[in-house]
Design a protein around this ligand. Structure first.
Ligand SMILES: [Zn+2]
Ligand SMILES: [Zn+2]
Length: 290
């Protein structure tokens, strides 16, 4: 494999190290105590400070200490909440949609609630009912938001999903790239450089798609103390023959040329999924298609 160090569209050969802050974000005091880094931004925290501020809800304290220093990492309360990425106007428009589509904030949603909502939103946007393929996609998305198969989606996960969907809809992809942190860029660069590339430094479309899924491996799949991770892996690796057949109806029948993806395209085709993978929740907030 040839690695080109310079050249306009190729990434740097070696990902840069991103330096974390030195002081705890909450108390702004430097102590010798160990600090927990956020995997998305450069902020660091004392676990005592997080607990004192109530930022460690029940159960997540163990998760923090277990994962913050591992490859998986932990997202701080700024980065965990995708809703914070919306502007005030976007937030208003989202809340207005919820109101008009009979969504009651802070409640869980069943599959029926979720589909009814998606139907209403689709009808408002396109002035025609949602097709079978889209309903199937919405059902798959519901499953991805309910990795433990409890039959409902938590409000926080629904809100994160709707927030990233709205960002995708309202903002040009270029502006989504500005939302990426240095750590996320470097992680994407590392992932890109690990893929087999052609002499021009491009990867296959299939590898690019696979990467979209890979951002969601938030918990190590074999972590014994973290049983959510096992069920979390399941639904994504299932292939759905029915969705494949319905998708082929949307597309032209002729065989497509295998497309090659350079670094800038790789990043822009992955940006929404990288952002969607920020929350600590095992839910997949934006299910990649196909
Ligand atoms: Zn502190
Ligand atoms: Zn953070």
């Amino acid at each position: 494999m040839r690695v080109r160090v310079c050249g306009g569209d190729t990434p740097h050969a070696r990902p840069r190290q991103v330096t974390n802050d030195e002081m705890c974000e909450i108390c702004e005091v430097w102590t010798a105590e160990s600090l927990f880094p956020c995997r998305v931004c450069t902020r660091v925290y004392h676990d005592g400070c997080l607990r004192r501020m109530g930022y460690l809800p029940q159960g997540s304290a163990a998760e923090l200490t277990e994962t913050a220093h591992t490859e998986t990492g932990w997202s701080c309360y700024y980065c965990d909440n995708l809703n914070l990425l919306l502007t005030e106007e976007e937030m208003y428009s989202l809340m207005e949609t919820f109101r008009q589509c009979h969504i009651i904030p802070d409640t869980c949603l069943t599959l029926d609630d979720f589909l009814a909502y998606k139907h209403l939103v689709h009808k408002r946007q396109f002035e025609r009912p949602m097709g079978e393929a889209q309903e199937e996609r919405a059902t798959l998305q519901f499953g991805a938001l309910d990795p433990d198969k409890r039959g409902h989606v938590e409000w926080a996960d629904f809100l994160s999903h709707e927030s990233i969907q709205l960002l995708q809809k309202l903002r040009p992809q270029n502006s989504l790239l500005h939302l990426l942190t240095a750590k996320e860029r470097e992680r994407a660069r590392t992932a890109f450089l690990a893929l087999p590339r052609d002499p021009d430094g491009r990867v296959s479309q299939a590898e690019c798609r696979r990467a979209q899924l890979a951002w969601f491996r938030k918990h190590p799949p074999d972590a014994p103390s973290c049983n959510v991770s096992i069920s979390h892996v399941g639904p994504m690796s299932e292939s759905s023959p029915s969705s494949a057949s319905s998708k082929s109806q949307d597309k032209a029948p002729e065989q497509e040329e295998p497309r090659l993806v350079d670094w800038p395209s790789f990043l822009s085709e992955n940006v929404a999924y990288i952002l969607a993978a920020r929350p600590n929740s095992p839910a997949v907030h934006l299910k990649p298609q196909g």
